[in-house]
Design a protein around this ligand. Sequence first.
Ligand SMILES: NC(=O)C1=CN([C@@H]2O[C@H](COP(=O)(O)OP(=O)(O)OC[C@H]3O[C@@H](n4cnc5c(N)ncnc54)[C@H](OP(=O)(O)O)[C@@H]3O)[C@@H](O)[C@H]2O)C=CC1
Ligand SMILES: CC(=O)N[C@@H](CCC(=O)OP(=O)(O)O)C(=O)O
Length: 344
Amino acid sequence: MVFRVAVAGCTGYAGGEVLRLLLEHPAVEIGALTAGGSAGSRLGEHQPHLWPLADREILPTTADTLAGHDVVFLALPHGTSGPIAEQLGEDTLVIDCGADFRLTDAEAWQQFYGSAYAGSWPYGLPELPEQRHRLARSHRIAVPGCYPTSVTLGLLPAVTAGLIDGHDVVVVAASGPSGAGKALKPHLLGAELMGSASAYGVGGGHRHTPEILQNLRLLGASEPTLSFTPVLVPMSRGILATCTAPLADGIELGADVRDAYQRAYADEPFVHLLPEGQWPQTQGVVGSNSVQLQVTVDRTAGRLIAVVALDNLTKGTAGGAIQCMNLALGLDETTGLPRIGVAP
Ligand SMILES: NC(=O)C1=CN([C@@H]2O[C@H](COP(=O)(O)OP(=O)(O)OC[C@H]3O[C@@H](n4cnc5c(N)ncnc54)[C@H](OP(=O)(O)O)[C@@H]3O)[C@@H](O)[C@H]2O)C=CC1
Ligand SMILES: CC(=O)N[C@@H](CCC(=O)OP(=O)(O)O)C(=O)O
């Protein structure tokens, strides 16, 4: 069976990555390609790497242009997905790459996004406990933010095994600028970006903070606290997240944390615990849907340290979205998804 798929936001980074992966997917046919102001132009003007679709005309993003598809990916700015999604048939599988339906707490949404709360959809991180079942029956899926995917996978085994209780979690995560989207932003001009690294959203203000806390609670942390600092670095793609937290009461400094991580991820097709002594690098995952991680205990500080690398556009957005699509359509979860990255 072949599923007909539309992509809204096809000129952007996330939409472009969804299309790159769909072009190699054996069970889909690419239908409508839509965007905003670029409607009327050809895809090749915006996404030169997607040459098989270069001549395709970009349509406006409306319920009409997106109707008649088995699957619709929404890769649109925050606040744009809700009004479109509610006009799409309930039988259509709608996968939102944006934040509109990720948070279950309306107050947290209001505080961090400031717009009307649209509700929540099943959360598109299959590696969470019991989540594959939920996604397999769902017609609506909210793809996680790229930082929350990295931090959640970095700490999942530690929280579920009770090695940390979720208080005093500190995360510093470096990301390439593709995470910020294609729209022009003065601090993302080449001259400002090249050769420099800069922290942003410092002091608890980044909108991924409530999403990470939501995930830590879901994993069993009763009252998690988080200090999250993202850092912009000059590489096109990739996230390297360093996540630390104090060992829970009763956990000894010599605890075998590696064993918990090995058990948690032994059967995961996309999450790879590196051999002891090797630490993740973004270079190892770029262009793939793989996550590489390593864990240890800093005995001087009494803290667990997990380091995670992923490609923000692949596992962090489009690859994760297609992994969820596969589950929801009853396909093998790994179909069409690269596991090996591009190097150098
Ligand atoms: N980049 C990343 O690493 C990640 C992105 N995401 C999410 O994916 C979504 C898209 O992000 P990204 O691709 O980075 O952003 P881009 O700015 O690169 O692309 C945005 C896309 O949305 C279209 N668009 C803009 N405004 C409208 C509108 N009013 N109506 C219809 N289409 C519109 C643009 O079309 P046009 O060319 O016509 O303006 C473009 O195709 C966002 O919600 C983002 O949060 C999620 C995780 C990671
Ligand atoms: C480098 C950079 O700017 N990254 C983005 C996060 C990208 C992401 O996951 O985005 P959404 O939650 O918007 O879907 C940011 O910090 O806002």
